[in-house]
Design a protein around this ligand. Structure first.
Ligand code: IMP
Ligand code: MG
Length: 173
């Protein structure tokens, strides 16, 4: 099958925006400690760039989720890796690649809240709002709002590949 794609955000544009997000986080958490929770695999590239611009004290944690198609349900989420340390009483920032329906971040919040952190905020690189579940919370830090297109690169995959692209591309028809 053939497909076409076009660059949506260049590596320079991404780098500048990631730095701006870090500036916002540094200001909001000045003098505090944060636990960054990277959602694998998609947010690995974003998180590693973002955290190197942070000047607040950070600890890092990783969660891995996978969504699967059940017989009667679409987009059920399963956790393959949980945070390893106790986040009780901590300020948590979840770092995610993209919000589409919002099901993933709702799952993450519900899961993390059982561990009683002080605060949980979401930092997402991309926000595709068109298919958002009604009543879904908004992310606190958003890199770019995108049109309803499938995107990949800079950590995001297309059928498991292209996470290593230094830019973000969109499938075109
Ligand atoms: P949601 O649960 O519908 O918000 O979907 C979010 C998850 O689906 C993200 O963590 C991504 O792993 C994946 N996803 C959604 N849209 C895209 C896309 O355009 N490209 C790559 N992955 C995507
Ligand atoms: Mg993901």
């Amino acid at each position: 099958m053939t497909y076409n794609f076009a660059e949506m955000f260049s590596r320079q544009v991404i780098a500048e925006r990631v730095k701006e997000l870090a500036v916002e986080i540094n200001a909001d958490y000045e003098g505090q400690e944060v636990v960054l929770v990277c959602i694998l695999k998609g947010a690995a590239v974003f998180m590693s760039d973002l955290m190197r611009h942070l000047t607040v004290d950070v600890k890092v944690e990783y969660m891995q989720l996978c969504s699967y198609e059940g017989e009667n349900s679409r987009g059920k989420i399963k956790m393959d890796l949980d945070v390893s340390d106790d986040i009780f009483g901590n300020n948590v920032i979840v770092v995610e690649d993209i919000i589409d329906t919002g099901g993933t971040i709702e799952f993450i919040r519900a899961h993390l809240m059982t561990k009683k952190p002080a605060t949980v905020k979401f930092c997402v690189l991309l926000d595709n709002p068109v298919r958002r579940n009604e009543g879904c919370e908004k992310a606190d830090y958003v890199g770019f709002v995108i049109p309803n297109q499938f995107v990949f690169g800079y950590g995001l995959d297309y059928n498991g590949k292209y996470r290593n692209l230094p830019y973000i591309a969109a499938l075109t028809r």
